[in-house]
Design a protein around this ligand. Structure first.
Ligand code: IPM
Ligand code: MG
Length: 356
């Protein structure tokens, strides 16, 4: 198979972890006889520094012309405490999602057994947890009208959803549930929000087309509690953009660390694959970042964009083997981990390559 992959490292540890993800893709190409070609492009703070634009037109064009994008992270601390900044790294990410029509964000939360003790949740509660989140990614309060009024003393962000937007993400979630335990949980705040009432109405109607899938409806606040109390009760979860953002950071603790979680953003065109963690400037350049989320993002890319299931499984299996052999990055190590098993970013990448 011949494929062209765009590497978009972005900011902070994005650079270090995508470099490792790319090596894994390269290894897969050699091992399975594929030809992957690569290009790189800028986004986020590094793009602002180079061009003044967090998503340069050239980057967007390259994305459209690629078969898939391996993405790092965006963000820079200098903007976090500066609410007045007009140009921000995150704008690049949001514009990319909108321009590429990436309306479905898949975030699989699966705990590797070896990491049971890395989580702050009790192992007996966690064991067997396996959740697939479908977060809607191009609507909601993220993309509605926003602004100030009353001389800047009042601010507003409008949350908006159309029937069409809810239906297409809902359908993806129902289809996925069919291939899993056939359970879908739709999360909203329909006791308060009109957008949530439309959301629920659309999902209820869709449910009639999927009688084999058992559907439950939960409010977002209750879901936040249930994820920690009983994560094993969930199979597929579908929710709106903002709720999905918050719930998946919470759910990352079920997988032991943010450093383990990969995501796929898919929709009308090129798919984008990225860790759910951010740019982590506190550890940038130190070689400490966990590259496993980027490696697992590469696995999602192989499976979803290229249909290469065996190749994808080989990557996941190699990660499993590395963990079974006791290797850890700092974020997933515990008191029992011997010092010589705690690896940096590159060494962890090499360990995965060796098992591949
Ligand atoms: C995510 C991130 C982004 C989001 C930020 C960086 C804009 O938190 O992908 O979850 O809120 O969507
Ligand atoms: Mg987030």
């Amino acid at each position: 198979m011949n494929k062209h992959i765009l590497i978009v490292p972005g900011d902070g540890i994005g650079q270090e972890v995508t470099a490792v993800g790319k090596k894994v893709l390269d290894k897969i190409a050699t091992k399975f006889g594929h030809t992957f070609t690569y290009d790189e492009a800028l986004i986020g703070h590094v793009a602002i520094e180079a061009t003044g634009d967090p998503l340069p037109a050239e980057t967007l064009q390259k994305m459209r012309n690629s078969d898939a994008v391996l993405f790092g992270a965006v963000g820079h601390p200098k903007y976090d405490n500066d609410p007045s900044a007009k140009v921000r790294p995150e704008q690049g990410l949001l514009k990319m999602r909108k321009e590429l029509g990436l309306y479905a964000n898949l975030r699989p939360i699966k705990l590797f057994d070896e990491l049971l003790s890395a989580s702050s949740i009790k192992p007996e509660i966690l064991k067997g947890a396996d959740i697939l989140f479908f977060r809607e990614l191009t609507g909601d309060i993220y993309f509605g009208e926003k602004g100030r009024k009353n001389n800047g003393d009042t601010a507003f962000d409008v949350a908006e959803y159309s029937r069409y937007e809810v239906e297409r993400i809902g359908r993806k979630a129902f289809e996925a549930a069919r291939t899993r335990k056939k359970k879908l949980c739709s999360v909203d705040k329909a006791n308060v929000l009109e957008t949530s009432r439309l959301w629920r109405e659309v999902i209820q109607k869709l449910a009639l087309e999927y009688p084999d899938v058992e559907v439950e409806y939960q409010f977002v606040d209750a879901t936040a509690m249930l994820l920690i109390k009983d994560p094993c009760r969930f199979d597929v979860v579908v929710t709106a953009n903002l709720f999905g953002d918050i719930l998946t950071d919470e759910a990352s603790q079920i997988a032991g660390s943010m450093g383990m979680l990969a995501s796929a953003s898919i929709g009308d065109g090129t798919g984008v694959y990225e860790p759910i963690h951010g740019s982590a400037h506190d550890i940038t350049g130190k070689g400490l970042a966990n590259p496993l989320a980027s490696i697992l993002s590469a696995a999602l890319l192989l499976d979803i964009s290229f249909g290469l299931k065996a190749e994808s499984d080989a990557v996941i299996n190699a990660v499993d083997q590395v963990l079974k052999a006791g290797y850890r990055t700092r974020d997933i190590a515990d008191k029992q981990t011997p010092a010589d098993k705690i690896l940096g970013t590159e060494a962890m990448g090499e360990a995965v390559l060796k098992f591949l």
